[in-house]
Write a protein that binds this ligand. Sequence first.
Ligand SMILES: Nc1ncnc2c1ncn2[C@@H]1O[C@H](COP(=O)(O)OP(=O)(O)OP(=O)(O)O)[C@@H](O)[C@H]1O
Length: 927
Amino acid sequence: MQHLLDQMNPQQREGVLQVDGPVLLLAGAGSGKTRVITHRIAYLIQERGVAADSILAVTFTNKAAKEMGERVDKLIGHTSLAKPLIATFHSLCVRILRRDIEAMRVNGIGLTKSFAIYDENDQQAVVKQALKRLGIDDKQLKPRVALGRISWAKNHMIDPQEYFLASANPLEEKIAHIFESYKKELFKNNALDFDDLLLEAVRLLKSSSEVRERYNRRYQYLLIDEYQDTNRPQYELMKLLAGTRGNVCVVGDEDQSIYSWRGADIKNILEFEKDFPETKVIRLEQNYRSTQNILEAAGAVVKNNVQRKGKELFTTREGGSMIGYYEAPDGENEALFIADRIQTYLREAGQKEDAPRCAVLYRTNSQSRLVEEALRRYQIQYHMVGGFSFYERAEVKDLLSYLKLVQNPRDSIALGRVVNSPARGIGKTTMETLERMALSTGLSTWDAIERAIQEQLLPARALTALAGFRRLILDARAMLGSEFAETLAADAAGEEAVDESVEFVGQEENASTEDENVDTSFDTSFNFGFDFGPSEEISTIAAENSVGSDSDVDTSFDAAAFNPFAASTQKHETRVSEIKADVVAKVETSTRVDGFRAPGDPATLPELIKFLNDRSGYIKTLETEGTPEAFSRIENLKELANAAQDAQERGETLATFLDHAALVSDVDQYNADARVTMMTLHAAKGLEFPLVFLCGMEEGLFPHSRTLQDPSGLEEERRLCYVGMTRAMDTLILTRARYRRRYGSDMPEASIASRFLEEVPSRLVEDLGSPSDTRSAWNSGREYGYGGGNKKWGSRRGNDDGYGSEKHYNYEDEDQSAIGPSSSSAAKPKSGLQFGIKANTGAEGSIDNIASFFGARGQKIDRPKLEVPDQKSATGIRNGSRVRHPKYGEGTVFRREGDGDDAKITVQFAQHGVKKLVEKFAQLERL
Ligand SMILES: Nc1ncnc2c1ncn2[C@@H]1O[C@H](COP(=O)(O)OP(=O)(O)OP(=O)(O)O)[C@@H](O)[C@H]1O
C-alpha cells in the first residue's frame, strides 16, 4: 500500500483513502487530481478488495478516460482481468442505451437499440427540414441559432411544450415549433442527438426501477471528474447512479468551469454539499505544475470573480521567469512573433536535449490561421487540435452515412445524404415527393421508398434508381446477418431479409425495368465472393465464393435468380426453398480456411466498407473525376477502411464503430508527443506544457464579444483565461495585436487590450520587445488598471493612431468561415514588409528578418496596410469572387494561390464548407 501513497501530500492522501460516503475534492489547477483519482481506484481494488468492475469513473474526454485507464492498469500491475469502467458521460450513456433503451418501449413504440447518433451536421439537416415545413425562411432564423436554442433547452431539461409556454416573443414561439418538429423527426428516424444521449439515459433510469437497480448494484463506487462542468442531465445521471449508497466522489475546480454554453451549471459544484449533507470536503491547494510567478498571475486574474469558493494555490517552485508580453502591430506580426519565439525555444531545448513541448492557445478556432501560416513560414511542424477533423470530411461523412443506413434504415438524414451521392439519378423532385409522403403518412423515408416502389407511385426511371439504391443497402445489411447464407438465398429469390433488430417491413421491389434507358448495372469491380449484381457477373462471383474451399462447388448458378430485376416464372415459395437449399449446401460444403471468412459468415467491417465504396460507385466516380482533390478523397475513404480494420481487431461491431466515430471530439485529437500544439483554450483543459502562448488578448476577442454585457459570461471568460494561464509550467507569454482584421472589413480595426491583461500585476510582467509606443507604456512601471483613463496597455484608445474611433470586434462564432474574403494568404507578402522587415531574400521568415523587424521598433510606424496583391486568374476569378462548382454549388473564393496549372483555389461553399481545389480541374463558373 505504501507505494500508492508515496509521493503524495497529506490532502492527496486523504483523497485516496476517504472512499466511503460522498467526497468533494476541490482540486486547484495542477494540484494532482488525476493522480488522486487513479490512486483512489487502485486503492479500492488493491487494498479494499473492491471488484474492479464495480467502479465507475466518468471523465470529460475519451482521451482522459483512456489515459486514466492505462495509469490505473500500471498501478495495479495488470493483475485484474476485470476492469473499472472509465468513460465519458456520453459514451457511458451510449453504453447504457444500447443495452437497455428498449425497456422504454411501450406497445412496440419507441427507439430500438440500433438507434443512430446525430452529429451537428445531421442536426442541422433536420432543423432545415423543420424550417421548410413550417415555412420559415432560414435567412431570418438561422438553423444554427435554432439548434443552439434547442440544445440549450435540452441541457436545461425543458421540452418543446414548456419552451412554448415560456416563450415571450414570436421568435421563441417559432423555435418551440421547430423544437417539436425536430424531436418528432429524430424519433421517426430512430435517432438521438448528443444531448438526447444524456436525457434518454436519465429518462430510462428514472422510468425503470429494474434497470436503475441493476446499475446501482453493478457500480458501487462512483467517481466524477471535472464536476464543475456538469450540466443538469449529467447531474441527474450522477444522482441516479449514486443510488442510496452515495459512494460518490466528485472532483473539480470551480475556477475551471468553462462550459456554461453547453449548459454546465457551476452550482452543481458550489452546492454539492447541500445535495449530500455528509460530504467530506478535501482541498488540494499545492500546485506542482507552474512556477510561482505564473500561479500568482493566474490567481490575480481569477480573484476578480465573485462566483467561487476561493482557494489559495501555492507552489514550491519559487520565482520563475516573468510573464512575457508582446503587443504586435497586427495579427500577422503577432503570429510571426510567436513562430519566432517557438523556433528559438525549440533550438535551445534541442541543445539541452530536452523534449520540448509548447502550445499556442486561442479563444476561437478562426484565430489559428495566421499562426499556422507563420509556423509554416518558419518550417516548424505543428499539431492542430480541432478544426477540420478526419470524421468531418465530406467523403468520410458520406461513407459513414451509408454505414448508418445499413445499421438503421430509418435514419432519413443519412439516407438524404447518400441517396444520390454519387449521382444515381435520384433527383430533388423525387426526394421531395418521398419526403411529403413520409410526412403525411408518418412513414420513414426508407419506408416511403418501399411503398413508392410497391405501388409504383413515381416515374419508372426514378423507381428503378431507388430500387437500385435500396438493393445496395439491403445487400450490405445482408452481409452483416449471422445467417448470411439463408438471407442471401431468400433475398435473391425475392424474399425480404427481415432483421429483427430493426422494424422495417421490406418487400422485394417490383420496379419495372421498362425504361430501357435506365442503367441498372452495378459496379462489381470489387467482389466479396457474392453479389446481387447483373446476371453476367454471377458465375465469376460464385466461383470466387469458394475462396480457399472446395473446388467442386457448383458455379453454375441460375444467374437470373440473382438478378433482382429479372422476372421469376416460378412459384415464389418453391423458388425460395430451392435457392435456399442450394446456397446453404454450397456454404456447407465449403471448408473454413484460417485467415479467410467462410462464405456465409457475417462480413467484417472493412469488407463492408469496401463493398459500399465499390458497389455504391463512390470510388469509381472519384476516379473518373481524376483531380488531386478526388484522389485525396479516395485516400480518405481507404483510411476509413483502415480505421475499420483497427476497430475489427478490437472486436468492435458496426454499432460500436459508428458510436466511436460519433463520439470523437476535438480534444481527442491531442497528441502528447507533438512539440508544438495549437488549440483553443477550451481544448487545453487538463493539459500542461513547459511553454504556453496565449494570443489575441483583446477585448471582443478575449473576452469574447458575446460576453461583454453579461457579468456571468465575463466570469466564465475569466475562468477560461485562468485555465489557459495555468497550463504553463515554466514560461507563459501573452500577446495581442493592436490592429486586427475582422470579418468582411477591408481595413484592420483598432483593438483594446483585454481586461485580463490589466488584472495581471505589472511587477510580474516583462515586455518582450513590443514595437512602437507600447514599450513606453510598459516602461513607465505603473500598475495598469482597466478604464479610468489609464493608458498603460498600449493603444487601448483605438483612435490615438488616427485609425478612427474605438471599436470592439464582433466575432460572431467559432466558424472558420469567419475569415474575410480579403484575408491574406501564404502567397502574399507579409505585412511585416511595411514594418521594416527586409524582403525575404533567404529562407522565408528567417530569424534575421524577424530580428531586423524587432530592431526597427521605435521607428515611426505607418498605418498597417494589409491589402492582398489580388491574384486573378484568366477566368477573372479572384479573392472574394462568387463562383459555382458543378458538385458543391455556390461559394465564395477565399484564397487563390499559385499561377497557371498550379493555381489552387480555396472556396467557402455554402453547403459543403471550405474546399481547396486545383483551378485547372475545378470547373468553376464565375457568377
Ligand atoms: N504529490 C506530487 N508530487 C509531485 N508531483 C505531483 C504530485 N501530484 C501531482 N504532481 C504533478 O503535478 C502535475 C499536475 O498534476 P495533474 O495533471 O494531476 O493535475 P490536475 O489537478 O489534474 O490539473 P488541472 O486541473 O490543472 O488540469 C503533474 O505533472 C503531476 O505529475
